[in-house]
Design a protein. Sequence first.
Length: 728
Amino acid sequence: MPSPSVVQVALPVPLPGCFDYRLPPGVAAPARGCRVEVPFGRRTLVGLVHDHQPSELKQLKTVKQVLDDEPVIDPALYALCERAARYYHHPLGEVLNFVLPALLRQGQPARAGGEVRWRLTDRGRHVDPERLARAPRQRQALELLGEHPRGLTPAMLEALSVSRPALQALRDKVWVERVEVAEAPPPEVDEVRAEPALRANAEQRAAIEAIIAAEGFQPFLLDGVTGSGKTEVYLQAMAPVLAAGKQVLVLVPEIGLTPQTLRRFRQRFAVPVTVLHSGLTDRERLDAWVAARDGHARILIGTRSAVFTPLARPGLIIVDEAHDASLKQQDGFRYHARDLATWRAQQLAVPVVHGSATPALETLQLARDGRYHWLRLRQRAGGAGAPPIELLDARDTPPDQPLLPTALKAITETLARGEQALVFLNRRGFAPVILCRDCGWQDECPRCDSLMTWHRSEHQLRCHHCGHQHRVPQRCGHCGSTNLTDAGAGTEKLESLLAEHCDAPVVRIDRDTTRRKGSLDAKLAQIQKGEPAVLVGTQMLAKGHHFPRLSLAVIMNMDAGFLSADFRGPEQAAQLLLQVAGRSGRQDRPGRVLMQSRHGDHNLVRLAAAGDYHALADTLLEERRGAGLPPFGHLALLRCEAMTMEQAMGFLEECTAQLPQVAGAHVLGPVPAPMEKRAGRYRAQLLVQSASRPALHGLLDALMPLARSLPSGRRCRWHLDVDPIDLL
Ligand code: ADP
Ligand code: ZN
Ligand code: ZN
């Protein structure tokens, strides 16, 4: 007699490894990637079968239920999850759970929802409505359903004023039933293109041809200045893939998922475009997942987690704005969708295109080393040259007028010509600090090492790190003086200053003014109309938008990034600067870009202002090479948060003390984090650095079990971040 099978189940718990369960007698072992329901402590959890083997173990608990005949996570996707779990040192069960749509996590069947319809049962069809003479509402419902043999949706029933209780009564008699009908898959189209392509210029053509010619896995860096027509390259490279019946996965940054972007894909192609974003309901998300898995969804556009979408017939992966920080998840399972996109393409044997005007230094180095095929677009598609960035010396700006007279004058002139101007300031609120004129006290967040930002229209001070808010103080918190003032400027202050000076609408775009659903779209639509206006905003303005009538960009206060202690500061500042500058003058006329800076003589500021991202990147890459920083060295950060700094440091010190030596890997710290206190917790960190990935992972393989086993780790919160982008 064969021994009963034991299955190893990956469960959504913060522990590495799988858990063993016995299968009920007579139940065949499910394949890897099928869901099972199992008892875990006092709970019942849904997990995924990882493996199975015969076993004589008697003590095991039994699987309660096998939920799938077919894996919900196909072998290729499963392998990606395993690789990611190993690389990020994150429990496999949690990775798999992260990847599953919520309804599948809850044990729902892995199929599309279909449409709900009410219709007559066989018995109902033979009922004489006269029998319901004393129940006129039921009679009406029965007659109506009799006239619609395919049934009626809840919306139709409501439009026909059919009463719910009457329907329910009929259902109790089993005369009507509620069914879910699967929606028919969309018909295959003969011609995938719905509108003609633009005439590609020579550089675009070379890029498109290279991507189309790729066989199997090939990574590309599409390195093209803003407005060079990268999207047109994607669209033309996609066409033959779609025509061959295959699917294209497109990853975009969080705020790049604008209606404008979607429209360009939907307009060009006649095939279904499916959007994956955080605003979907659980049902919509599962339906999109199923449509992708079954191959009905042909173009999938989504933010970082879309990299885990199952694909029946993958043909091409595109990562748009591939430098964007939102591709890295900053909590829980801290993966980088940019890197996973490349792994995924490798596994699926399809090309992957990383597009950016300001590629991450990591990606640029891969292209320089010849590991990514480097495609360059040096000119703007419309013909207008990239705008030069004029540096304005901001050392003497008065506090009450943060915009320099030159900048203000340029704005009024732009408006007078009937055009639009943009003022970029990456700080929301009215003023970043409230202070005492008598003693210099500044209002700080009680829970963080940070200042409170004044939001004037809301009569509040807010901490942008933890969300703490309090009312505007009447008196100094130190000396009691009422002589308080604000300093510095945020977008809210700029908006009101500009409204005083300009004879045109001022449109502010930041997280405060776009919180309501649809408000961002409404503001963008107003700008699209093209009437004279001034836009004021944060980095929300920097990405993916086309403002055809915008001919001036004023950039304020980006010095901090260039001078930042964080080694990624200058790279990120340069990316943001050039993305914003790229908004100006996008059609056939050159735009003007002014940058206010207090450090115009700083080498990096000068290089960035010269608009030559590659020259700046060369300088930064040389610095990184010298310091053994990414992409030349590899980093992982173990961060700990606790109620006291002693606790946080104590845990990390114990880790370092007991950690074995690993040749080629170094441990730096522990040290208090640059931001020592956040949201009421003290933060400390340990940096692991190595020139070799295997050495880094070797050390992390020793560090993680050690950290999990230390009792001091249970008194604090800690996590590991592999390839961290935020070291603060
Ligand atoms: P990027 O993504 O590189 O910033 P886009 O793809 O958004 O650039 O293109 C910028 C503008 O140039 C768009 O309005 C686009 O329609 C236009 N464009 C792109 N390629 C061409 C082309 N070959 N001929 C004419 N216009 C083009
Ligand atoms: Zn004071
Ligand atoms: Zn705070």
